[in-house]
Every structure is written in C-alpha cells, then in structure tokens.
Ligand binder design. Structure first.
Ligand code: NCD
Length: 305
C-alpha cells in the first residue's frame, strides 16, 4: 500500500520525479484530463482547510476522477455519534480508491493507515506533518532557483506547532549544503527531537533572533502563521507575541533575488502591500499545490489498478 504519511516516506529521487511530473502537468494539463477516469477519491477533512482541500479536489476533478467526502465533520457519525476514527476510515476505504485526510491530532493519519486497505495521503495531522505542502514548497523553490542544493532559507514564525515548516525542513534534508535560518517567535522553536534529527541529516541550522537579520542573505523567507489554535489553553491570551510584519520598507535593502513564500493563510506577518513586489511568490506557490497533487494522485493511482 502506497501511503504518504510523512515526507520521510519519500527520498530525493521520488521527490524529483513528482516535481518533474507536476511541471509536465502544469505545461500540458490536457494530456492528463482523463488519467484517473473512473477513480473515486475520498476527501476527509476533520479540520479546517481552504487550499489543501480544494486543490486536492480540483486535482482529482482535473484528472477525471470523482470526489466524495466532507469538509466539516459535524454531520458525520464520527462528529455526531461518536464513531471511532478507525471505523470511519475503514468504511470509507471500502468505497473509494484513495483517501486524503486531514485531522487535528498528531499521529491520527498514521493510525488510520493501519486499518485502511487503500492508499492514504496525509493532508495535515495536527502539529506533526504536512507532506504534500512540502512537495509544493520544494517544487516552487526549484522553479524559483533552478535547484534545491545550496539553498539558504529562513523558516520564520511558529516552528513548534507549524507542521508546514517542520515537514519542509525534513524534506530539505534530502538536499546538499542547505542552510536553514531558524527565526522563531519566543517559545515557538523546533522541538529538540526534530532539531537533532535535522542535524543528523546534515542540515545547517542557524538560530537568528530577528527576520531583519536574514533579509540580505536568504534566498527564501518561508513565513508561517502562529498556530494559536494548537496552543495549550493556558498559553492563549497570556503570551503576547510581538510579531513583526514584513512590509515594503523592510524589503528596500534585501537580497534582490529574495522570494517570500508562505503556506497561507497569512495573518499579520506579511503586509498585503508587498503582494505586488517581485519578492512575493506565495500565490504562485499555492497554485503549484494543484499540480503537485495531480502528480501525486497519478503516481499513486496509476499503480494501484
Ligand atoms: C497550513 C496548514 O494547514 O498547516 N495551511 C495549508 O495547508 N496551506 C498552514 C496554516 O494553517 O497556518
């Protein structure tokens, strides 16, 4: 069974192959219009989503597949009648050819994978991982720079609860000579277990207290939203985070080739006035999500006949 639970499930060769396929689909979408004709994809979102759910659903539709599922668990037996996650997934596995699943709890997708007889894709499990976001991030960085080796990237914001930054760092560990400037808000750095893993995998991690310090040397700033919904309740309200906003003025003397990425949704970290500058690349990044998800669905389902 070909699940995608963690970005650790994919090696460099596989990642490159998926990016290549996504680029081909982006160039020649018509060629793929009936690739997954007669397939049924289940889209199960137990947690809020705009981009990930819609781009997965559009990806499925553009490949000729049909989509079932839910965007709100309230009206499901899981949400309304106390059915277990395992039973829910087992049942859907009997109906659909592939399941895309997002859930607020860490490890929930891995748990579901143990009971399902169909490929399962992790669309975000709590503060743990978001491997398909990483694929679109890597695709986008490669599109910008031509290569991922030698990258200098600032991961900025909430690195403790932010699954996109966590998965991206793990994905970058497949590449050579990558420097990550960790610019986290107070108390929201990478957990030490992950830091150790990243160092073991030869990533250079440099802690920087302020995003302003990396504007000249970073190729990419990867901004993230503070995941307040994942804070333990006692933290909410008591922790006043003083979050900077990147605005036009701050970008006046930055690396001229700097690109700013963000998995979105954004809050105050990026001023909309920078959207039209040459540095903003987050909307194109979000669009790439559709293509990389098409590539992933083709890759998994073509083999599962
Ligand atoms: C992110 C997520 O859900 O982890 N969004 C996304 O999938 N593009 C980021 C976030 O919610 O802040």
């Amino acid at each position: 069974m070909q699940h995608l639970i963690s970005i650790r499930n994919l090696d460099r060769q596989k990642i490159e192959q998926l990016i290549e396929l996504a680029n081909l689909i982006k160039k020649e979408p018509a060629q793929f219009a009936e690739k997954l004709d007669k397939k049924i994809i289940a889209s199960l979102f137990f947690e809020a989503s705009t981009r990930t759910r819609l781009s997965f659903e559009v990806a499925s539709l553009r490949l000729g597949a049909k989509v079932i599922g839910f965007a709100d668990k309230t009206n499901t037996s899981y949400g309304g009648k106390g059915e277990s996650l395992e039973d829910t997934i087992r049942i859907v596995g009997g109906y659909a050819d592939l399941i895309v699943m997002r859930h607020p709890e860490m490890g929930s997708v891995e748990l579901a994978a143990q009971v399902v007889n169909r490929p399962l894709i992790n669309a975000g499990d709590g503060a743990n991982e978001h491997p398909t976001q990483t694929l679109l991030d890597l695709m986008t960085i490669k599109e910008i720079r031509g290569a991922l080796d030698g990258l200098k990237i600032a991961l900025w914001g909430d690195l403790k609860y932010g699954r996109t930054a966590r998965s991206l760092a793990l994905g970058l560990a497949n590449y050579e000579n990558v420097t990550i400037y960790c610019v986290h808000h107070p108390g929201l750095g990478f957990v030490s277990k992950l830091r150790q893993e990243l160092k073991r995998k030869n990533l250079k991690l440099e802690l920087k207290p302020n995003i302003k310090q990396v504007l000249k040397k970073a190729d990419i700033i990867y901004a993230t939203r503070t995941q307040t919904e994942r804070f333990k309740s006692e933290q909410v309200g008591t922790k006043k985070l003083n979050i900077l906003t990147i605005n036009k003025k701050m970008l006046e003397n930055c690396n001229p080739a700097l690109k700013i990425l963000h998995p979105l949704p954004r809050r105050q970290e990026l001023d909309p006035e920078i959207d039209k500058t040459k540095h903003a690349h987050y909307f194109e990044q979000a669009r790439n999500g559709m293509y990389i998800r098409m590539a992933l669905l083709v890759d998994i389902l073509e083999k599962s006949d």
